[in-house]
Write a protein that binds this ligand. Structure first.
Ligand code: ZN
Length: 83
């Protein structure tokens, strides 16, 4: 399996859509190729981030706003545009 084939297989692999033989080839390439390991890793993270961004949440807005953030907001509001 080449790196190009590997990358084309990632989607199917994550959806469990590979045949047993393809899975073996995929995992074998993964074992040998650090570049594709890194690629698969960031690919999974990207998917996770995408899902997290789409997921509706019931979490309340944090009541503890970091003090530094409050200061920064107040400071920016005090800055008046030049007249
Ligand atoms: Zn590779």
């Amino acid at each position: 399996m080449t790196c190009r084939e590997f990358i084309e297989f990632i989607d199917s692999y994550l959806d469990d859509g590979l045949t047993a033989g393809e899975k073996v080839a995929f995992r074998f390439h993964l074992t040998l190729c650090g570049q594709c390991r890194g690629y698969l890793d960031s690919y999974k993270k990207t998917i996770a981030l995408g899902k997290a961004a789409l997921k509706p949440t019931d979490d309340p807005v944090p009541s503890q706003v970091p003090a530094d953030l409050v200061k920064a907001i107040l400071a920016s509001r005090r800055e008046k545009p030049p007249e």
